[in-house]
Design a protein around this ligand. Structure first.
Ligand code: AMP
Length: 465
């Protein structure tokens, strides 16, 4: 029976995963450092599983909070004797996602031993698969897609994890980058579209490491080898590394939002450096939406690169018109609109001496609900800016994301069912310019058909196919 796909609910995960296999390496420690590098991908919980430990059981530590909260004495991790480790940072959103039991990696026991799973992404058919398993008597302790995969592997029956995974993953519909271990091997898996990134590196010539982003490799001195192909399963074990295709990958769709906002600027995705792509997005934006102004400022941190590209192309000075308080957490995911607005006030402050009396081009990477833009225009005017021109280095976000990026329901989006011409009056800006889809794709440098652009175009892979 084919699994029916229905539009998923809003419980999703936009996480970071990593893990590797190596002899003579402090792998739990290296995994912890990689998690630090991936912290921007999730701040709700962090965890590491390592093994095989005493009695061949895997060691696990995880908890709510930042990597530094969960592993305050990371140097102690050097003492953990292990040949493999898997790590996870979690960012959940949607209804009821935040709870300690959903923290990962998820470690379970099944008849062939132990199994640990770390997941980044979102399955579209998880409700159906879960219901099917529950009808067969499965008891779930978490809301995660990781637990779903673990149940499917356990039921598949094979003691060979690689075979079991290859057998069950074709039933998963959606976006996923999994790292799974049974204490003997570490297996990385990307869905056939490759929505979420996952890359491979070597460690000191005697081991391998995988991570959601290449910035994690730099942190631990691992050497980048390549990105996993969509639909590819990479197995790391005492034999080294081998790989096989387990899902059709004729239609790659890497998430364009990774380039625009989500990934770290020092990461490379598909060989393209995120910072350079963002700078090019800014340059294209300046060409498409030029404006007479005195200075260009970016909304820190994710828009600095685009703002510098804009300034360069426009021949205007780039100025630090806004300062970000780096000790404040995310305002984007606060539960109420009032809290989100207050959050912007605490997080971002204008430099009055810079913006006073100036015509300011304010560059941001995206407008989602509009909370940030509306607030920032007011803040800039209060600081004395004579004009504020908002420039956005991506197209209008018109739809939610079902593949693991936190974008609210379409109805909450400022550009949903609203012509672009109305955005200046809604935000209070003197003018607003969004980068066109065509120029966005050009700046990224990959063929348009190889990018998931669903939140901009409404053309959802797997749902509209
Ligand atoms: P909003 O205030 O809702 O319009 O959100 C837009 C702001 O949040 C921009 O400054 C973006 O850099 C940032 N942003 C965009 N997408 C996300 C996301 N998925 N998670 C967190 N922040 C985001």
């Amino acid at each position: 029976m084919d699994d029916e796909i229905i539009l998923p609910g809003r419980l999703s995960e936009a996480c970071g995963v990593c893990g590797g296999f190596a002899d003579d390496q402090p792998l739990a420690f290296l995994t912890c450092f990689s998690l630090y590098a991936l912290q921007h991908r999730g701040q709700e919980s962090a965890g590491i599983v390592a093994g095989p430990g005493e009695g061949r059981k895997m060691w696990l530590k995880k908890g709510m909070g930042l990597v530094s909260d969960v592993f305050p004495d990371s140097a102690d991790l050097k003492g953990i004797v292990c040949r493999l480790a898997v790590g996870h940072v979690r960012y959940s959103y949607g209804e009821g996602g935040r709870s300690p039991e959903n923290s990962q990696p998820l470690k379970l026991r099944y008849r062939h031993g132990e199994l640990a799973v770390a997941h980044n992404g979102h399955l579209l058919n998880s409700a159906e698969l879960r219901e099917e398993l529950e009808r067969q008597g499965a008891i779930f302790q978490t809301d995660t897609d990781s637990e779903l995969l673990a149940h499917m592997v356990a039921r598949q029956g094979s003691s060979n994890l690689e075979e079991a995974l290859a057998d069950v993953v074709p039933r998963l519909k959606g976006a996923f980058a999994f790292i799974v271990t049974d204490g003997h091997k570490v297996i990385g898996l990307r869905d056939g579209y490759g929505f979420r990134p996952l890359s491979l590196a070597s460690i000191d010539g005697d081991g391998y490491f995988m991570a959601s982003e290449t910035c994690a490799f730099d942190t631990i001195g691992a050497r980048f080898i390549r990105d996993l192909e969509p639909g590819e399963m990479v197995v790391l074990d005492e034999e080294g590394m081998h790989s096989r295709r387990v899902l059709d990958n004729s239609c790659p769709k890497l998430c364009v939002f990774e380039y625009i906002y989500f990934a770290r600027p020092d990461s490379n995705l598909q060989g393209r450096n995120v910072h350079l792509v963002r700078r090019e997005l800014g340059r294209q934006l300046a060409r498409e939406h030029p404006v007479k102004a005195d200075i260009v400022s970016g909304v820190p941190d994710s828009s600095i690169a685009a703002a510098s590209g804009f300034a360069e192309e426009a021949g205007l000075p780039y100025e630090m018109g806004l300062v970000k308080n780096r000790y404040i957490g995310r305002t984007f995911i606060k539960p109420t609109q009032k809290m989100r607005e207050e959050g912007v006030d605490i997080k971002l402050n204008p430099v009055r001496k810079i913006v006073e009396g100036k015509r300011v081009v304010l560059v941001d990477d995206s407008i989602v609900r509009g909370t940030t833009s509306v607030k920032l225009i007011k803040i800039m005017r209060r600081a004395g800016a004579s004009e504020v021109h908002l420039r956005i280095s991506s197209p209008p976000v018109k739809g939610s994301c079902f593949y693991g990026i936190d974008i609210p329901d379409a109805r909450d989006l400022i550009a949903y069912n609203r012509p672009v011409e109305e955005i200046p009056s809604v935000t209070g800006a003197d003018s607003v310019g969004y980068l066109s889809m065509e120029r966005t794709v050009e700046a990224v440098g990959l063929p348009a058909v190889e990018l998931c652009r669903a939140c901009f175009t409404g053309d959802y892979p797997l749902i509209n196919d």
